[in-house]
Design a protein around this ligand. Structure first.
Ligand code: ADP
Ligand code: MG
Ligand code: ZN
Length: 502
């Protein structure tokens, strides 16, 4: 055979798009040219592949090799195609059989010795290969990740020679199977609510937020438990579905740190510091990488000290908060990353943090307080449905040994309320459409008036009307009520109080 075709995949956003590697061999002086890759990637890949083939004691016939990576207009990172290129050369020059190659996809970088090095984004590749009905060969270090995809036929190899032995029908590669206990640690991973004393109102808001997927803001002086409470949200959220787990894992898989199979099924909790760059937060770069908002997909994004984040960064959050994804444009390409996160934020009431404290230690002027709060723009606050104060604990509660509720107890109520929502509209209340709101969040006439008055009195936007109804729906669901009652609506309105003050 003088022409070999090998399948692999490039990465575009969280998509693993097909790439075909065609190797053509003709007579002529020895030369190796790769087309369809950027310059530097070509050179590096060529050197690695050549060295790996020689180290593995294959021949490098004195011929002309033309290697085409198609489609050419796709941005490609070099390393992940090494294995496919090497196999193409071997098949085209008759050193391994090429017949079974079409049944496979290959991904992996070669070390100069011929060993296979792990690459990013194996999970999306395994998903796509499965859907294309092909087997997938990955580096051993990526095996656990590839195995997370149910019904995918993933084989792990340590060395180029192992792959060749497999294709020659000698020693077969072993198929990767998921670790039996993957995900068992999912819930144990989060701190428990039981640790938090008092703060009943904040805990209630946390429960409502978890049940309906609503965004939440805690405001209070330092040391009252805001960070403690926020970090306990993922531990009370409903368990992840298979699809959610896959999507979350796929994003981690293409990020710099990769996917840790031990975190399968765990809702992510991301807490980027307020000094984080825009790219770190929303994603970007030459080879676009997901940012914190995508790493928080199906989980929680915690922004502590909310007013300290740059205005620009907070503005960028608005689009994904509405749409659940972010589009990153680089040159001619657009990468779409999912970013369906639940936002939880914390802030102090004033620059010094102690406004309203009994000690009277706050000397912030009204103007300073106003300027501080105005850093969180109205449109962002508008999208935070639950705003609660987390005050200093009264002395009695600080030392009380009354038994406190565990995360497991609250999680049970949350799961029940969420199940009702999924059955009703196949989504959490936070994502209800306007027509669904009209259908499922009806109010009695008197309650409509109550809501009207509240919106006028608090000076809320028109959007707030719908958003308050969604929260009221969640509160009714937690109470097991098909109707939204006055008490449910009043509680929902109560969560908007800070907006007016701010
Ligand atoms: N409500 C509380 N229950 C138990 N411990 C608390 C509470 N509030 C604060 N603490 C203690 O104070 C520390 C700081 O709390 P933290 O959540 O960081 O406060 P904040 O984020 O409001 O500044 C915690 O690590 C914990 O030891
Ligand atoms: Mg804190
Ligand atoms: Zn102050």
């Amino acid at each position: 055979m003088s022409l070999a075709i090998v399948h692999s995949r490039a990465q575009l956003g969280i998509q693993a798009v097909p790439v075909t590697i065609e190797v053509h061999l003709t007579n002529g002086p020895l030369s190796l040219s790769i087309v369809g890759l950027p310059e530097t990637a070509v050179k590096e890949s060529k050197d690695r592949v050549r060295s790996a083939l020689l180290m593995a004691k294959f021949e490098f016939p004195v011929k002309r090799f033309t290697i085409n990576l198609a489609p050419a207009d796709l941005p490609k990172e070099g390393g992940r195609f090494d294995l496919a290129i090497a196999l193409g050369i071997l098949a085209a020059s008759g050193q391994i059989p090429g017949e079974s190659l079409p049944e496979y996809e290959f991904i992996g970088e070669l070390a100069l010795s011929g060993e296979l090095r792990p690459v990013r984004g194996v999970l999306p590749v395994a998903l796509a290969a499965r859907d294309a009905g092909r087997r997938l060969v990955v580096p051993l270090d990526n095996a656990a990740e590839g195995a997370m995809v149910k019904a995918a036929q993933v084989f792990a190899a340590r060395h180029l020679l192992d792959v060749c032995a497999h294709l020659q029908g000698q020693t077969r590669l072993t198929r990767c199977l998921p670790a039996i206990n993957a995900g068992a640690a999912a819930l144990a991973a989060y701190p428990d609510l039981q640790d938090v004393r008092g703060q009943h109102q904040a805990k209630r808001a946390l429960e409502v937020a978890a049940a309906g997927g609503h965004n939440l803001l805690f405001m209070g002086p330092p040391g009252t438990g805001k960070t403690m409470l926020a970090s306990r949200l993922p531990g009370i959220l409903p368990p992840m579905s298979e699809r959610e787990s896959l999507e979350t894992a796929a994003i981690a898989s293409i990020a710099s740190n990769g996917f840790d199979p031990n975190r399968w099924g765990q809702r992510p909790f991301r807490a980027p510091h307020h000094t984080a760059s825009g790219v770190a937060l929303v994603g970007g770069g030459n080879q676009p990488r997901p940012g914190e908002i995508s790493l928080a997909h199906h989980g929680v994004l915690f922004l502590d000290e909310l007013p300290e984040y740059s205005r620009q960064v907070l503005e960028v959050l608005r689009e994904p908060l509405e749409s659940g994804h972010i589009t990153i444009s680089r040159a001619a390409q657009q990468a779409l990353f999912p970013a369906n996160f639940q936002l939880i934020a914390a802030m102090n009431p004033c620059p010094c943090g102690y406004l309203g404290d009994v000690s009277g230690r706050c000397h912030c002027t009204a103007e300073q307080v106003q300027r501080y709060r105005a850093r969180v723009s109205g449109p962002l606050l508008d999208r935070i449905d639950l705003q609660v104060e987390v005050p200093n604990l009264p002395r009695a509660q600080r030392h009380s040994e009354e038994p406190r509720e565990t995360s497991a107890q609250m999680r049970e109520r949350v799961a029940r309320a969420r199940a009702v929502q999924l059955q009703r509209c196949n989504t959490s209340n936070s994502a209800l459409s306007n027509s669904e709101i009209e259908r499922f969040c009806r109010l009695a006439a008197a309650d409509e008036k109550l809501l009207d008055t509240a919106i006028e009195r608090l000076g809320l936007s028109a959007r707030a009307w719908h958003r308050i109804l969604k929260v009221a729906r969640t509160i009714a669901d937690l109470a097991g009520s098909t109707e939204i009652q006055t008490a449910h609506l009043s509680e929902a309105i109560g969560y908007r109080r800070l907006e007016r003050k701010a």
